[in-house]
Design a protein around this ligand. Structure first.
Ligand code: TTP
Ligand code: MN
Ligand code: MN
Ligand code: MN
Length: 364
């Protein structure tokens, strides 16, 4: 592998936002191994190591071909000794067969179950989903109840055709409420992924301040259409005077909802992604809707398009290289002591002095 330098920037920057990363991953064996380890460190709350392996995976995802020798890793950033050892041996991580890892992975696969709850259940000796459902002492919250209720459907991947059908349905619902709206399919599908775990859609009103009402009206309409299986609505806590947050992991403050929707097989040209559900005639799908004020639309769209690693590095790049603070709400220049406005994602890249990356190049 020849590590060259493209004009206009380093090909292998330490920042994911300076590497063009498509969905073609030629090092999936290694990146899978790294991501398993990252997840394992996450379960053990070892955030530094977790991030190190996520970064290492992200670098390999940006390579134009598969690694064929350990020497090739020497010119790459973000690959620590541990990561190189794994590439050298080429073995899959031992934690894969670890009972704790497997159980925490299983528990967190339920919608509404995070690492903390999974850990608590694991410590009390529970090892399977049936154990949890049979345990009278466990109080599941509404979200978790629905996670279990629709587990089979929502643990199966959502196809691009299914995402398109849902975008059409939501688009028509929005249109019926207000013809003046902006709407986009975001998340992994905007990055060109063939499959995802949910469908992320962003929309807003052209009239500033009406966006939250639009989201509430959409939810009401979905309920009326009989396709709303579950809704966790989070009202806006957006405060336009606040500086962008330092922590990436925190959720943004826009009005949003985490839904489970009913998708009819007849809505999807290619049919549903699963034979069983196709015979039944419908499936449940996880859908996220977010409705930012129109003047923040570009920031929110950039933030919700991901990938998570791409977003983390955009923020880190802004902070470390530009003395700027970026999050889903805005961009603040600490030197000029002012917010920088943006009407498009391109404006944000321009403010940061970064070459524009298309959504399909953000699969870091
Ligand atoms: P996800 O839907 O979790 O991830 P994804 O679409 O990249 O992949 P998948 O196919 O597994 O669904 O999140 C999409 C983006 O949304 C991600 O970059 C993080 C961002 N996001 C926010 O910025 N704020 C939020 O409150 C939430 C819930 C997500
Ligand atoms: Mn998604
Ligand atoms: Mn995801
Ligand atoms: Mn999502």
């Amino acid at each position: 592998l020849v590590v060259g330098h493209e004009p206009g920037g380093p090909r292998f920057s330490q920042y994911a936002c300076q590497r063009r990363t498509t969905t073609d991953n030629y090092n999936v064996v290694f990146t899978d191994a790294f991501e398993v380890l990252a997840e394992c460190y996450e379960f053990n709350q070892m955030d530094g190591r977790c991030l190190a392996f996520r970064r290492a995976a992200s670098v390999l995802k940006s390579l134009p071909r598969g690694l064929s020798s350990l020497e090739e890793t020497h010119s790459l950033p973000c690959l620590g000794g541990h990561a190189k050892a794994i590439i050298g041996v080429g073995s899959s991580p031992k934690v894969l067969s670890d009972e704790r890892y497997q159980t925490l992975k299983l528990f967190t696969s339920v919608f509404g179950v995070g690492p903390k709850t999974a850990e608590k259940w694991y410590r009390s000796g529970l090892r399977s989903l049936d154990h949890i459902l049979a345990d009278q002492s466990i109080q599941l919250n509404h979200m978790q109840q629905n996670g279990f209720l629709h587990y089979g459907d929502i643990s199966r991947a959502v196809s691009k055709a299914e995402a398109r059908a849902l975008t059409k349905a939501i688009g028509e619902t929005v249109q019926a409420i207000t013809p003046d709206a902006l709407l986009a399919l975001t998340g992994g599908f905007r990055r060109g992924k063939e499959f995802g775990h949910d469908v992320d859609i962003i929309f807003t009103t052209l009239e500033l301040g009406m966006e939250e009402n639009l989201l509430l009206a959409v939810i009401k309409s979905l309920e009326k259409q009989g396709i709303l299986l579950y809704c966790d609505y989070q009202a806006s806590t957006f405060d336009l005077t606040k500086l962008p947050t330092h922590s990436f992991e925190a959720m943004d403050h826009f009005a949003k909802c985490f839904l489970i929707l009913r998708l009819e097989a007849s809505q999807v040209e290619e049919g549903l992604n699963s034979p069983v559900e196709d015979i039944r005639g419908w499936r449940a799908v996880r859908v996220d809707l977010v409705s930012p004020p129109v003047d923040r639309y570009a920031f929110a769209l950039l933030g919700w398009t991901g990938s998570r690693q791409f977003e983390r590095d955009l923020r880190r790049f802004a902070r470390k290289e530009r003395r700027m603070l970026l999050d889903n709400h805005g961009l603040y220049d600490k030197t000029k002591e002012e917010f920088l406005a943006a009407g498009t994602e391109k404006d944000i890249f321009d403010h940061l002095g970064l070459e524009y990356m298309e959504p399909w190049q953000r699969n870091a």
